[in-house]
Ligand binder design. Structure first.
Ligand code: DGL
Length: 272
């Protein structure tokens, strides 16, 4: 592993850009390779085995690109595939997941009762519930699958007024009067953080997400291993398994510059 090697980041679509953005703010000298598996989106409705298969193929691609670290910028994949990806790739690169940094943030933020929203894959895996109960036996956890949200955000539908009703309808299923924190356990959800804040207005509930905690966790690991880059000219590359309308627009909004996207279907081994 070399300090001037790139950092690989992947998600099913635009959600991982929230973590990529936090990384490029915290470590502007790092080169990034982003892979969006838009052909298989949403991950949240796939079986754990399917998610493990997709993410093994993507991690192999990122390893072959010479990445020094890979960030699983997707809670669904982090929840069901982190162990297998670590087993296969941790000798070659640092593997960071989105769940553990958010679990630590929840422990630091929530005092009595935390609500967790995420995809079906994340919530049904019980990963958050299990990791939190191991860290704090006193903390009450209310977890809720909110499967419509990631596809809605991916399609930029969250900018329409009706989306607030969908979000509110989900949030009202949580015991809002009892919560002191709400964890956004899907990397797509920071994009609707303002709407969530509007719905929770007047309640003392702090919303927390995995973007900054994951970037900080990566920074610590790179620093510890002496692998922080010092380049003045970092390069970023973006690959998608299928072209989608919204991705380019979102990536350009996050990075504030025009972005070139390469179509890279790793499953048919055809680069177009
Ligand atoms: N952004 C991803 C997550 O954090 C996945 C969304 C999806 O593809 O369902 O879970």
């Amino acid at each position: 592993m070399r300090s001037d090697s790139p950092i690989g980041i992947f998600d099913s679509g635009i959600g991982g850009l929230t973590i990529a953005n936090a990384i490029s703010h915290l470590m502007p000298q790092e080169s990034l390779i982003y892979y969006g598996d838009t052909a298989h989106l949403p991950y949240g409705d796939k079986s754990p085995d399917a998610i493990r298969y997709y993410t093994l193929v993507i991690s192999k691609f990122l390893r072959d690109q010479g990445c020094k670290a890979v960030v699983i910028a997707c809670n669904s994949a982090s929840a069901v595939a982190y162990d297998v990806l670590s087993e296969f790739f941790s000798d070659d690169m640092i593997i960071i997941n989105a769940v553990d940094p958010l679990v630590s943030e929840i422990i630091d933020t929530a005092s009595k009762h935390v609500g967790i929203i995420g995809t079906r894959a994340t919530i049904d895996s019980g990963t958050y519930q299990h990791k939190l109960s191991k860290r704090s036996s006193d903390l009450k956890v209310s977890a809720l699958a909110t499967p419509l949200l990631a596809p809605m955000i991916e399609d930029h539908f969250h900018k329409r007024k009706v989306s607030s009703q969908i979000i509110a309808s989900y949030l009202n299923e949580l015991p809002l009067d009892e919560l002191d924190a709400l964890a956004l356990a899907c990397t797509h959800y920071p994009l609707i953080e303002e709407q969530i804040a509007d719905i929770l207005q007047g309640r003392a509930i702090r919303t927390i997400d995995s973007a900054t905690p994951a970037a900080e966790h990566l920074h610590l690991e790179l620093e510890y291993q002496g692998l922080l880059a010092s380049s003045d000219t970092p390069q970023s590359q973006f690959f998608l398994s299928d072209t989608t309308r919204g991705f380019q627009q979102s990536a350009e909004m996050f990075f504030g510059k025009s972005i070139e996207i390469e179509h890279m279907d790793l499953w048919t081994s055809r680069a177009k």
